[in-house]
Design a protein around this ligand. Structure first.
Ligand code: ADP
Ligand code: ZN
Length: 708
């Protein structure tokens, strides 16, 4: 927090101001009166107050508490809350650019890129600068296209309000339990008080239908609503449903939104002229004027945890925000997180269940394929039994999906002469072959290199071999096993953009493939009506490793993947290939006994005193020099008095499971504490004892979700 003199004319509390910081001009927020312990002659003046509504008290309260919870400096929180450019620009007319008519007289590479960019974003428009940057061309290229009318230049008022949504349009006729759930939510929202509801129901049971009615209730009450989705679930199909229900499109906040669109949403949300925002996790930090409802769909999804920069869990921050602005929260999932399940058990959350799939669809039949009985050669992963089932579906004109949660072609590239495995130069990680890109890629830092012919260790020639399956290799196997089938392989890195991937998914849903091969991203919320078989190549994959949530994650993922089968009239089947069919998690998945699974999992976590029955924090110290990193970490471990004072223990230091990323060595400490202790304050006191200087960094992850 820094002190400045108010600009001429004064400023309100919460005002956005432009201030000098060293040689730079930066955005700031007026937080309160100065501290007064300065020399008045040395205090610099704020330049100006921006033409934007001041930050509301409730938003400041939210940021302050979120900062305290996540142990994040306020400056980083403020950046999260102002992630839209040009916030201070006055509202005026400006030129926007969109696709015009016809084709250019002469097609150059640069011109082609402009047209491709415009095509990719459909009917969106851009400012000159945005379009030039996105297409990677100079503005004169665009101006040239404008002269030929191939690109249209228009005057547009900045930041148009969003079209009004009409909550009074007729909804679908709800089933009995859908109606009961939506009536409950509507009355909570009408009461304008904080509350959280866990809305549980198998995929296809109508959770979306129910929470859209909750959105309607919020809009009727004159309040705003926010629906958070995992980024990849923000599909055209979903937006169409919203539009059908309310007669206009909501605001969409996601990583693909243009800068212009972001600024528009930011401003309109603040003026109450965007009633409904559908967005990825950072939409939680928009300056809502009167937020009455927040829905977190697929609330168990790990993408709600931001793992870089500010380490926050959007699901938990949602509950915090709602409690400050008296809004209702709906957490929707077919497979809730154990945290939310436990909060429903202990009465903090209300729980509503939708018990059956809507209409004729029933949950798929689930079976295992015991891979110990198959003597598959080491370069094949589809068992004969799974192949026979896929053949049957193709003969019937239905779709089948093969699921493997591994990107790339092969996870290991091995020298058959000396046993060397190709690793990343900057990380302690193996390079993953991506045959589609014809390179080896590090999944930690993204660095890539050509696939070597010669072993980098022993120089043997022609002995490098891929080991193990990835989604691309599975695609290759499927092409051999099913030569006449149309096969679509879906992996995020095979498509240049999220939009291209979504288009591909829509084409598949419309019947564009017989076999879909995919990673985790196909498990998230897509609807393939003609898909009746899901084959999981390696159901054991997630059960390895020491992650405390390994069982929970596997359970959720397998149920979710299986839920892709039999969404419409035709019943579905899910087949899980496994080497350990008697593993308790695999058995629970088959039995479909979710309550039983959660109770067993809860009992184990309670016993171990880990979340949600205890608290945890991860501390990662990192730096280029391993000795320095360990010095700091060891000092922390030694000076654990502030932690012992609250009864917390510290474990470690130990090299993190991935002990080096981007050339930085990483050392982990883990703090475990009882529930209900002031953990953050103790950690702040504890870490302030050491000096983290120069290239060293110390990151605190409260409630860590991943332990890499
Ligand atoms: P979930 O969100 O639980 O996966 P959805 O809300 O997407 O379920 O519902 C699954 C499908 O069933 C959707 O196509 C939806 O339109 C349809 N559906 C659900 N409830 C109804 C209803 N009461 N009337 C008509 N269609 C419904
Ligand atoms: Zn790397």
């Amino acid at each position: 927090m820094l002190d400045y003199k108010a600009p001429e004319g004064g400023c309100h509390l919460g005002a956005f101001v432009e201030v000098p910081l060293g040689p730079r001009k930066v955005l700031g927020v007026v937080w309160g009166a100065g501290q007064g312990n300065w020399d008045i002659n040395k205090v610099r003046s704020a330049y100006r107050v921006l033409d934007a509504a001041p930050m509301r008290l409730e938003m400041r309260e939210f940021l302050r508490r979120a900062a305290d919870y996540t142990l994040t400096p306020m400056s980083a929180m403020l950046r999260l809350a102002t992630r839209a450019p040009g916030l201070g620009d006055p509202p005026s007319m400006r030129k926007i650019y969109r696709r015009g008519e016809g084709e250019p007289d002469r097609v150059t590479d640069a011109r082609k890129r402009v047209l491709e960019t415009l095509a990719e974003y459909g009917d969106l428009s851009f400012t000159l600068k945005e379009l030039a940057e996105m297409a990677g061309v100079t503005s004169s290229v665009i101006k040239g296209l404008v002269k030929q009318n191939v690109v249209a230049e228009e005057d547009s008022p900045r930041d148009l309000p969003f079209a009004r949504l009409d909550p009074l349009r007729p909804s679908k006729t709800l089933t009995e339990d859908q109606a009961a759930a939506s009536t409950y939510l509507a009355s909570e929202i009408a009461g304008a008080r904080y509350g959280t509801t866990l809305l549980r129901g198998v995929t296809g049971s109508g959770k979306t239908e129910v929470y859209l009615e909750a959105v309607a209730a919020a809009l009727k009450a004159g309040r705003q609503a926010l629906v958070l989705l995992p980024e990849i679930a923000l599909t055209a199909e979903f937006l169409k449903r919203v539009e059908e229900r309310f007669g206009a499109r909501p605001a969409e906040w996601h990583s693909g939104a243009t800068m212009t669109e972001r600024r528009r949403i930011w401003r309109m949300v603040g003026q109450g002229q965007a009633q409904l925002v559908i967005g990825a996790r950072s939409a939680l930090f928009l300056p809502y004027q009167n937020l009455g409802l927040i829905v977190v769909d697929e609330e168990h999804d790990t993408s709600y945890k931001q793992e870089e920069g500010v380490l926050y869990n959007a699901r938990d921050m949602t509950v915090l925000r709602a409690s400050i602005c008296s809004a209702h929260v709906v957490l929707a999932s077919a497979t809730p997180s154990l945290e939310s399940w436990a909060n429903a058990e202990n009465g903090k959350y209300k729980r509503l269940d939708l018990t059956s799939r809507f209409g004729p669809a029933v949950m798929p039949t689930m079976k295992t394929i015991d891979m110990r009985l198959d003597k598959l050669p080491s370069d094949r992963w589809v068992s004969d039994r799974l192949k026979a089932e896929v053949d049957k579906r193709i003969a019937l004109g239905e779709q089948a999906m093969l699921f493997i949660n591994r990107r790339g072609y092969a996870p290991i590239t091995l020298c058959r002469a000396c046993g060397h495995q190709v690793g990343c130069d900057d990380c302690d990680a193996r390079m993953v072959e991506h045959r589609f890109q014809n390179r080896l890629v590090c999944h930690q830092c993204g660095e890539s290199k050509p696939i070597p012919d010669k072993c980098p260790s022993c120089d043997a020639e022609g002995r490098m071999a891929p080991v193990g399956p990835g989604v691309e290799r599975l695609g290759e196997e499927a092409a051999k096993l099913f030569p006449d089938a149309r096969i679509a392989t879906l992996s995020s890195d095979m498509y240049g953009s999220a939009r291209a991937l979504k288009a591909e998914i829509e084409a598949i849903a419309a019947g564009g493939a017989d076999i879909v091969i995919g990673t985790q991203l196909v498990a998230k919320g897509h609807n393939f009506p003609n898909l009746t078989l899901v084959g999981v190549i390696d159901a054991d994959l997630g059960l390895q490793g020491s992650d405390l949530r390994a069982a929970e994650r596997t359970f959720q993922l397998m149920r979710q993947v299986a839920g892709r089968a039999g969404r419409a009239e035709k019943p579905g089947t899910a087949l899980l290939q496994t080497y350990q069919p008697e593993h308790p998690v695999i058995r629970a998945i088959l039995a479909g006994d979710e309550e039983g699974f959660w109770r067993a999992e809860a009992a184990e976590r309670k016993q171990a005193g880990v979340p949600p029955y205890g608290r945890m924090a991860g501390i990662i110290v990192s730096g280029p020099d391993v000795a320095q990193v360990f010095d700091i970490a060891n000092e922390l471990a030694r000076r654990d008095q502030p932690l012992r004072a609250i009864g917390a223990q510290v474990y470690g230091p130990a090299p993190a499971p991935i002990a080096r990323v981007r050339g930085r060595h990483r050392v982990r400490l883990l703090v475990k504490a009882g529930k209900g202790v002031a953990l953050q304050a103790a950690i702040a006191r504890w870490t302030s004892q050491v000096q983290v200087k120069g290239d060293l960094r110390l990151a605190v992850d409260i409630d860590p979700q991943s332990f890499y």
